[in-house]
Design a protein around this ligand. Structure first.
Ligand code: NDP
Length: 326
């Protein structure tokens, strides 16, 4: 089947969100330099929009906003899409958590992307840092009020959270004025987090799942011990539907009402990752895939684990900040 557009799901504020997003985190090397050229990313985003992708996920810290903005501008200029057809998600970085700094940060992102508004602005982490990456004592609720300001001013149509744990989400819901529309968390068979997912969904939040391909792909040499691309259980399910194992994992998220955010810079994989809306998994197959759960994260910045708002479980030997900052 040819690639098509993903369905749209309703947010708790009445707006709609496309149920598949293109990931754009290209990674950094040990010097904090992007590992893939941004020009390639711009062309990837242009291809994605042509194929039917309608949701792009980025973040100030990925340093890809300018290329995404360029791609959207090109596609609007040549009539591929209208601005309002594309759902753009970006994220506030940890060094800009002060309530007034949120406005500066979003204005910077908008300028880079050549946009007057983003569709979704997420607080990337509950952890506030100073410019030198030492811990800042800003409460994420103050930061949340800054995001609320951005929504009120029309610079962000919807606002939400990323990498928050259940208690932190609950506190924002209880004490904030605007209920978060979205929670973005790591989501693949190694980390099912059904408690957090069910809780947030019961509160009306839409979940976006990052690193959706989990252990199927190589991750900077990190081994999760999870299923690989040729895992027999996944291959069997994939064969039944004439799909690939990556498509099965993405569909598993859709069945759980989670928006997958697969990242690829390869044309054939753009098509593959979008073609997940013409089949269903049975509840038994969803359960079989969920049974790979080992509560294993690939994104766990343990160098922040002594921060009062660190969201995850602490580990014995925290790793050093790969950016070499404090
Ligand atoms: P993904 O699970 O999307 O995996 C990406 C890797 O898989 C790339 O190496 C890509 O290679 C490869 N790949 C993509 N599609 C296929 C396929 N069909 N078959 C085989 N290999 C494939 O991981 P990410 O960690 O990048 O997560 C996705 C996105 O989620 C990020 O880009 C970012 O937007 C977001 N994210 C958010 C975080 C947060 O803190 N909120 C944290 C981490 C990610 P290639 O490009 O060569 O095809």
């Amino acid at each position: 089947a040819a690639a098509t557009e993903a369905p749209k799901w309703k947010l708790n504020n009445g707006l709609e969100i496309p149920a598949l997003a293109l990931g754009t985190y290209l990674g950094f090397d040990e010097h904090g330099v992007m590992t893939s050229t941004n020009k390639q990313l711009r062309d990837t985003v242009v291809s994605a929009l042509r194929l039917g992708y309608r949701h792009i996920d980025t973040a100030a810290v990925y340093q890809t906003e300018a290329e995404i903005g360029e791609a959207i501008a090109m596609c609007v200029a040549n009539g591929t899409v209208k601005r309002e057809d594309v759902f753009v998600t970006t994220k506030l970085w940890n060094t800009r958590h002060g309530r007034v700094r949120v406005a500066e940060a979003l204005r910077d992102s908008l300028k880079k992307m050549r946009l007057d508004y983003v569709d979704l602005y997420l607080m990337h982490w509950p952890v506030a840092l100073n410019e030198d990456y030492s811990f800042a004592s800003i409460d994420y609720l103050d930061t949340w009020r800054g995001l609320e300001d951005m929504q009120r001013q029309g610079l962000a149509r919807s606002i939400g959270l990323s990498n928050f744990n259940r208690q932190q989400v609950a506190r924002v819901i209880k004490e904030g004025s605007v209920k978060p529309a979205v929670l973005q968390i790591e989501a693949h068979p190694q980390i099912v987090q059904q408690d957090l997912v069910s809780y947030a969904q019961s509160e009306g939040l839409i979940i976006m799942g990052f690193s959706p391909l989990g252990s199927l792909v190589s991750r900077f040499g990190m081994e999760a011990g999870g299923p690989r691309v040729d895992d027999p259980t996944l291959v069997e399910i994939a064969a039944k539907y004439n799909k690939t194992t990556p498509q099965v994992l993405l569909r598993w998220l859709i069945e759980r009402k989670i928006i997958p955010i697969p990242k690829t810079v390869k044309q054939s994989r753009l098509v593959e990752n979008l073609n997940i809306f013409d089949f269903h998994l049975t509840p038994a197959e969803v359960a079989t895939i969920s049974a790979f759960d080992s509560n294993k994260r690939f994104t766990f910045p343990s160098f922040w684990q002594n921060h009062p708002h660190y969201p995850f479980e602490k580990i014995k030997n925290p790793i050093r900040d790969p950016f070499g900052r404090k």
